[in-house]
Design a protein. Sequence first.
Length: 390
Amino acid sequence: MINRTITLRIMFVALAATALLGVSAVLTRDEDVLWQMFGTAVSVAVACGLLTCWSLLASVHALQNTAPMLLIVTFIDLLLINALVWEDLIDLDFLSLFVSLAVINYMLPAAVIGLVLSEYDWGARAGWTGFGATIAAILLICLSVWVSYQEEILGIAGAATGTAGWLAALVLLQPHDQRQTSLGWRKWAGLSFAAAFGVLWILINTIWQLRTGWEPDATLMDVATAFGTLAIATAISELLQSLAMPSKAVWLRRSVIICTWATLLVIASQVIRETHNQRVATNDFMFRLSMSMGIVTLCGIVSCLCLTAISTALRRARTGSGLLRFNCPVCHFRQTIQPGEHSCPHCQSIVRFEYEVTRCQACRYPRTGWTSDACPECGWVIGTPPSTPG
């Protein structure tokens, strides 16, 4: 991790240089080079400020893997921005530099989400899969920008890799109350659908680019549509299955999964009709039906996500998150740690933290926040034998 003291000093020096160069560029006539130096100073100051912020993320458990990646991306952005500023002195294409910068920062949130998921047992497989797919997509798309030979094919491969990879990542999500287990038949099926969809996407579009005037076979397009529909439906279903919803809302989860499959199948039928030159009019009943089902499904998915967020917040308010926020007794660095043995990221002092939640002996309901001696869940009274084994 970087030294924040040195980084902040560089930032203040860069800000001072920014002020000096800005005034000099305004007051002089031949200001082109001065404005370029001004741009470099601004970019260095912003980069140092971001580096300082990213270094603080290492103390947050969910962002421990994210902080190093953000540091690397900030350095890459600094190099690309300065290449844009000084592009008249270096033999590099302005458009290629700009597109590369845009692609990296546009896809950065997906990489961050993947690394955050990788910190949890239930999302480790999904997180690393999504992160790997995002990095591969970025490299392929950026390579397509800089390589003149078959550049569109590389871009196609990057888009297919990113899409299929994240569909596979959603399939690999585990329920919150389960650790990583062997993959069941549903997950293997979802992974197969996502892989087949990605391969067909690359195959169809690659042939399309290499053969001028070539039209893809309708049957091949139908197979690609079918695999894409199955992959998306399976991914959304596994995402909904992984949500930590209350047991009373099982009916909502199942209803939304059924609506998702029905909606995607109806939409797939419309796409297949278009493939066979049967144009779907906006006033057609099936088109209106697919739009209506899509709205209902989207509202159902949002409801599940909101219910999960609410129930998770209430559960943490009742039982706590299990994390400890404290200042290191040696260097006073503010940090958040999980139970166990850790080293302070600033001074490397060893910190040990353990805790145990007291629960009802009858139903295992957490005793945190009880206002009486009786369990609010099952009625067991402290000091009496439990009616069921603890």
